[in-house]
Ligand binder design. Sequence first.
Ligand code: HOZ
Length: 436
Amino acid sequence: MTRIDEAITQRNSNVLRQKALGVLAGGVNSPVRAFRAVGGEPIFLERASGCHVFDVDGNQYIDLVGSWGPAIVGHAHPKVVEAVQEAAVDGLSFGACCASEAELAEIIVGALPSVELLRMVSSGTEATMSAMRLARAATGRDKIIKFTGCYHGHVDGLLVAAGSGAATFGEPDSAGVPRAYAQLTLLAPYNDLSAVAKIMAEHGQDVAAILVEPIAGNMGYIAPAPGFLEGLRTMCDSHSSLLVFDEVMTGFRVGWGGYQNLSNLSPDITCLGKVVGGGMPVAAFGGPRHIMEKLSPLGPVYQAGTLSGNPIAMAAGIATLQICQASGFYDDLSVKATSLTHGIQTAADSTGIPLQTSSTGGMLGLSFSNRPLSNFDDAQACDHDLYARFFQEMLKEGIWLPPSGYEAMFISAAHDEKAIESIIQATANAFGRLSS
Ligand code: HOZ
């Protein structure tokens, strides 16, 4: 075998998987990627462009994962790539202040009336972890209320009744989390204000914060019921607790700023990630000055990071948000998402497949259920075996879906009408086979 033949043979998913299994835990760096929930073996990607991803085996797919949200302007957008290349020439990381940190922060602060000061971090997990520490310090209280099936990264105290990969693998309460931490997390079902009121009546004086995904995107896609988020705001106010919106997924994804702008709600702390980094490891948390000034070096709450505000990552975030800022950007995205979910729903209805679809901006949900979803019980009751079979059929059709029914889906500005029509047709084909 020549070296070229050998190189070609090495570049297929089977070979790469074997190699990865030898050196990476489970062959992956994030559990859902192992495809365990949908069967089959993980496919290795080598390239992404616009609305497509390309695997090492020579296949092309229309992408509905979007790197789990960040790829809102399409993969490898020339303006984002150019910004990253320009920044890279000047050095990859300084571990010191640089101009682009405040530039990205200014765009974000300008978009979110609830945020006066921001702190950049490198992952959504860091953002929620730091936000919880800040909320505890600001209130002098220890307890947090979270919602079953919501996922806020792999923070110890938040891996309690968690969605996303934790739910996918049936481990919503991760091993290794000290009982003492978990006991500080109080749980309520999503969309259940009376359950929250009950907890607040008993523990309100100890509750530092209510942490919520304003649209739940880690147990499929579950919209907040009318009045739910408003009710949380009122309860936080009456108990002097903080309301924390985890907008890692919804921030700059469902509309400019995030869901708080669509709903005119003002959380005390906002967590961001994904889109604000345009595909690079960027996240952030922010809020009003009097809370954020508790952070070191202004105050006693310690938080730091070698790669926080990294110049390459900042450049990607700035270039991405500049594209999103164009007039009509989110309207276009919404129109496309709505026409996609409508087409998929029609295909399901005509084949008798029980399906719920919904979308806001460029975030959408597709759950195999015959009734609308309101909480984690509903998400668990969905037909996840059917999702697994659907996933495999869609791969054959050239559509890249999240490898778990507990995840939301994402489209980008690069999903043109042709791509949307192709996905709808592929879905109709898949549903036809699944229902026969
Ligand atoms: N749990 C992540 C989505 N909600 C998956 C991240 C990844 O595998 O990249």
